[in-house]
Design a protein around this ligand. Sequence first.
Ligand code: SF4
Length: 330
Amino acid sequence: MTAIDTDAYSAQLRAKAVDLSVQALLISDLRGTAQENDLSEPVNCGGYGRIRHFSSAASPGWPPNPLPILPAAAALGIPPGDQMRAQVFQNAVCNWRCWYCYVPFSLLSGNEKKAQWFAAAELVDRYLAEPERPGILDLSGGQPDLVPEWVAWTLQALDERRAGDVYVWSDDNLSGPYFWSHLTETQRELIATHPRYGRVCCFKGFDAESFAFNTRAAPELFDRQFELFARLLATGMDLYAYVTLTGPVGERIGEKVARFIDRLQRISDALPLRTVPLEIEVWGPVAPRLTAARRQALDVQNQAIEAWNTEVEARFTPADRQRPIDEITL
Ligand code: SF4
């Protein structure tokens, strides 16, 4: 399968997905999609939003996932529970095609038949008008950073409306430098210093081979993920990481996971403690994409998480490992 030309495809998708003149972006219509069947609450905001129940619970053998519950609760000054609801909007473009993505690929190509233009401030108003609105606003995708202005416009709109009880969370697949090439200095500063904003960046494998297997991007871009994370961290942004541990069947999985953790620690010694391994599960849109190799990749992640747990236990004290993720200093 030919690798995606990430930089060219990113530029093409960005052109389809943002209208700077009115601060608008293309948002996926979730009605009638394969994703809708996976939702526990009906879509909201006219079909363009959904409620996500974040939960820290994980399968046996997998570390709990406190994101974004702990940073959100700390920023909002509320007690963290095991679950928190979030309002999610998805931008309609992504430059990669992870086989395990729980979003249908038809919602990632900037298709106007399956999406609608919204000013970022209008999305904020729709969210604020929702009855029983959650305290977390999750700007998801897709790849939100193909339109990095979205986060800045949203924070600005919330500040203008004095919505101090909202925590904004966004995802980033660490694929390109748009944060620096498309934002003004003022926008970068707003995002990097806002007290109620956090970002999670996703490492898409434990080495170049698993990265390419997972994303269909060129294997060389695995290195770029680390460079981009380090660059974002240097801005002072409240930053977290996920890692997906699926990959092709191979030897020395444990050693490869250890080298991955070495690389995280070259950015910051404590970064593995701000990194949550995500177990890949077979949601509705994923099942038709499963091949024999991808089924085997689900077993690979079970070997890899054992190695992750062993390495983290060897490298950090119990007190370090029990510290809340938002209190880990990088
Ligand atoms: S980067 Fe994220 S949104 Fe894009 S295909 Fe992968 S999992 Fe889906």
